[in-house]
Design a binder for this molecule. Structure first.
Ligand code: PRP
Length: 184
């Protein structure tokens, strides 16, 4: 069954223009903070792919990409011990300035796990850029250095974020109505 266009009824939380505007502001901030330096943007698959693609094009300093993938056991079911690396970095980060790029910082378990893992590789510096931040859900003490928008505890889809792998390609960010049926 096709699920195309069913998101049209979901309320818009952030429009494409709002996302683009905020992303450009973060890009300018990163340019300012890393003047004369190089950075490695480390995207956390899959959700961050779209934010990384857009943010990177708002950055003019020297930058390269890398990607990691970590296991996910579903919202609210993750425990610190349960986060596992599925796809590791391709390039060494020792001595590099890295920015971990995330679509959303929620409980913080994913980023805490990645931060401690990356620290062992001795990067020169490590920061976090998260388009969305849900502080009310936090289980770990972690904050992003660059935040697009702080949001309340709503389930959101679009701009990389999924429900059952759908809606990642929706260009804006929308609120998933509560009690939405399961998709297959
Ligand atoms: C989402 C998001 C972050 C993580 C944040 O990924 O992209 O990686 O959850 O949640 P946390 O702060 O509670 O750890 P998800 O596991 O849904 O995988 P996806 O990126 O492939 O959609």
């Amino acid at each position: 069954m096709s699920h195309a266009n069913i998101h049209k009824d979901f309320p818009v939380l952030f429009t494409e223009q709002e996302i683009a505007h905020r992303t450009a502001e973060i890009g300018r901030q990163i340019d300012h903070d890393y003047q004369g330096k190089s950075v490695v943007l480390v995207g956390v698959l899959k959700g961050a792919a779209i934010f990384l693609a857009d943010l990177s094009r708002r950055i003019t300093i020297d930058c390269t990409f890398d990607f990691v993938a970590v296991s996910s056991y579903g919202k609210g079911q993750k425990t610190s011990g349960a986060v596992k690396m599925i796809k590791d970095l391709d390039q060494p980060i020792e001595g590099k300035n890295i920015i971990i790029v995330e679509d959303i910082l929620d409980t913080g378990l994913t980023l805490c796990f990645l931060r401690s893992l990356f620290e062992q590789h001795k990067p020169c510096s490590m920061r976090i850029a998260a388009l969305l931040d849900k502080p009310s859900r936090r289980l770990e003490k972690i904050e992003a250095d660059y935040v697009g928008f702080k949001i309340p505890n709503h389930f959101v889809v679009g701009y990389g974020m999924d429900y059952a792998e759908r809606f990642r390609n929706v260009p804006d960010i929308r609120l998933m109505p509560p009690g939405y049926p399961e998709l297959h």
